[in-house]
Design a protein around this ligand. Structure first.
Ligand code: UGA
Length: 343
């Protein structure tokens, strides 16, 4: 039995992780988040102990619960690219500063930490596949403020690694590559760039808006279905034979590498074929090219190819992604369009 502390349990990853742990393991979860709308399925479970609160303010509660738990997952972060440009200081303060406190307490109290790094740390790395041990981390000039997320996360990776190497911290870093699925972002947020790309596009279709393809949509992403991501994360937390100790793992689906334009086209055709209530809306949508500066502002810069090497996690934790994009999209649409139908 493991006792886990999840900060940000009501987020996309936190909510799926909590549900999976309760369904498949006998682990005990202590959890905190600002709200609880995504974890309604967990709240009454006897092994789920939730406190509503702000992790940047509830310092005593956090200290007490780090002490009480075996493994700590600090999942609270800003992770929406438009915000990296609009509010870079908030990204630094939350993603780096607030979490540094947690990392230090884990080192001090000798607790295991499983920390979310990100595919964004590789930035504009020219490698065909990004490798945890050998790829260079390539970001743009300071005026391209988008990179504050990447570099805040990179510095945290380096700090955690140093605590591991020099102070005995037991850690694992995981790097999600474009995870998607139910509960990703709010599709009713009408702000351009207000959510990540898939939920943004679903919202565009529902509102009868154009889909904006930033710089034409030729940039590619490896779309990784949440269940695959959570399966990998569970293996990391479980840490059989200490195989995840002080390691960094990419978690992504290298075979589901598609351009953003293809993603938009696939979304439109999937809705047309499988969701008759929305087929007309999907048919009516226009795919419109838009300049990145006009969409995100001058501080934006994009990544054109982002493919993970998954050699490490495959070899060390026997993980393999199994959900292709068509299935993943359908499951995601069942959630978003199904929940609208119920309203
Ligand atoms: C995101 C976030 O930075 C992180 O949350 C996360 O670490 C990373 O994904 C990941 O999951 O690996 P990114 O893929 O650039 O990075 O973010 P999205 O908002 O999902 O955008 C994907 C692509 O679609 C970008 O090239 C963006 O310019 C494009 N896009 C987005 C459009 O063409 N139109 C839109 O309306 C929105």
């Amino acid at each position: 039995m493991i006792t886990i502390l999840i900060l940000g349990a009501n987020g996309f990853i936190g909510s799926h992780l909590s549900e999976t742990i309760l369904a498949k393991k006998d682990w005990e979860i202590y959890a905190m988040d600002l709200s609880q709308d995504k974890i309604s399925a967990c709240l009454s479970h006897p092994r789920f102990h939730f406190t509503e609160g702000d992790m940047t303010k509830q310092k005593e509660w956090i200290r007490e619960h780090i002490q009480k738990c075996d493994v700590v997952l600090p999942l609270v972060a800003v992770a929406t690219p438009a915000l990296y440009v609009q509010d870079p200081l908030r990204v630094f303060e939350l993603d780096f500063e607030a979490n540094l406190d947690i990392v230090r307490q884990c080192a001090e109290m000798k607790k295991r930490i499983v920390f979310p790094s990100t595919s964004e740390v590789y930035g504009m790395c020219p490698d065909k596949e990004f490798d945890e041990d050998s790829s260079h981390l390539v970001t743009g000039p300071i005026s391209k403020e988008r990179w504050i997320y990447s570099t805040s996360k990179q510095l945290m990776d380096r700090v955690i690694y140093a605590y591991g190497n020099h102070k005995g911290l037991d850690f694992s870093l995981f790097r999600p590559f474009n995870w998607y699925g139910p509960r990703l972002d709010n599709v009713f947020n009408p702000k351009p760039g207000g959510s990540r790309v898939l939920t943004q596009f679903i919202g565009n279709i529902l509102r009868g808006e154009d889909i904006n393809l930033v710089n034409g949509g030729a940039q590619q992403r490896c779309m990784t279905y949440i269940d695959d991501g959570i399966d990998a994360l569970m293996r990391i937390i479980e840490n059989k034979n200490d195989a995840a100790r002080n390691k960094i793992f990419n978690i992504g689906n290298p075979t589901e590498n598609i351009s953003i334009r293809q993603l938009a086209e696939m979304l439109v055709s999937t809705i047309g074929e499988h969701y008759p209530k929305y087929a007309d809306k999907a048919k009516a949508v226009n795919l419109v090219d838009i300049d990145a500066k006009a969409y995100y502002g001058a501080g934006y810069q994009d990544v054109s190819l982002r493919v993970p090497s998954i050699r490490h996690i495959r070899e060390q934790l026997q993980w393999e992604p199994t959900t292709d994009i068509r299935d993943g999209l359908k499951k995601t649409l069942d959630f978003y369009l199904g929940s609208i139908l119920k309203h």
